[in-house]
Design a protein around this ligand. Structure first.
Ligand code: F3S
Length: 283
């Protein structure tokens, strides 16, 4: 059986970096080790880390009760206030904020210092957006849809700076910026979308269009894996959505010559490798 494995399957650069930094900290002496929020939306990884002594803290309150150990900031980043609390509590910080997110923090900080109104195009409840808001001097405006963009009204005349959540859809971003542009404000638009998601989707589509069956690996509640599955299913009706190799039940194996494999952004390498090896040698 020929297998085509997507190069972009699994962790993006920022998540890979964050997860590796937690594993690296396990051997450090400054215990206990905490992550501010689960390091990744993958139960197996979080469980494995928990078994190795890494605890997840969920909010400022929990943080304020700590007085010893290391706190790891995940790739989404956090607000300035969280850094201040960690410092005040005398805790050690390991900052695994993705550099692409850190760049947004710096932009909104600097631009808001100049008096610009910050507009974030993204999902207001997402931790990354929460974190970005926390670097703005004053209030930021979050825009997620056409209606929000049409309603935008910035009365003081010092201009606006628009940034985006890294995983926002590029076409939607462009459309919302066009609506805001028509309002005649002095606008500085910085496209801060990261193309890791886009690259993964384009590659999955391309592979799915030329194989007999396509396997998409990822957590049940992972929205980016669901999206990958939908894209692949449009190209290849014989597409399987599995969490691990245990879920794989290929139909009419004898008729399959080529199988494509991809995985969502929070699928660890070992789970992907297990599927690849099984498909290559067991079928
Ligand atoms: Fe990943 Fe960083 Fe992009 S976390 S999706 S590489 S912004």
């Amino acid at each position: 059986m020929e297998t085509i494995v997507a190069k972009s399957a699994g962790f993006c650069f920022g998540v890979e970096r964050a997860v590796s930094s937690v594993y690296a900290e396990i051997h450090n002496d400054e215990k206990p080790i905490y992550t501010f929020g689960p390091i990744i939306h993958n139960e197996q990884v979080v469980k494995d880390l928990e078994n190795k002594g890494v605890q997840v803290i969920h909010d400022e309150k929990e943080l304020q009760n700590l007085n010893k150990g290391t706190v790891i900031i995940r790739s989404h980043g956090v607000s300035k206030e969280i850094y201040d609390i960690i410092e005040k509590q005398g805790l050690r910080i390991v900052d695994a904020t993705c550099p692409f997110v850190k760049k947004i923090h710096n932009i909104v900080r600097e631009e808001s210092k100049k008096g610009k109104k910050i507009v974030i195009i993204g999902n207001d409840n997402h931790p990354e957006v929460e974190g970005i808001k926390g670097w703005v001097l004053g209030d930021a405006i979050v825009i997620n849809c056409e209606e929000d963009a049409k309603k935008l009204d910035v009365s003081d005349g010092s201009g606006i700076c628009i940034v985006s959540q890294t995983t926002f859809n590029y076409n939607k971003f462009k459309y919302l910026v066009e609506i805001i542009n028509k309002k005649g404000y002095d606008i500085n638009v910085v496209n801060t979308i990261c193309n890791a998601t886009h690259v993964r989707q384009v590659e999955a589509k391309e592979i799915a269009s030329k194989v007999d069956a396509m396997i998409v690996i990822g957590g049940k509640s992972s929205s980016n894996t669901q999206k990958l599955y939908d894209i692949c299913k449009c190209e290849c009706s014989n597409t399987y959505y599995i969490q691990t190799i245990k879920d794989l039940d290929l139909c009419n194996v004898e008729s399959l010559k080529t199988i494509g494999i991809t995985a969502g952004a929070s699928t660890p390498k070992n789970i992907i490798e297990e599927v690849v090896l099984n498909v290559r040698y067991e079928f």
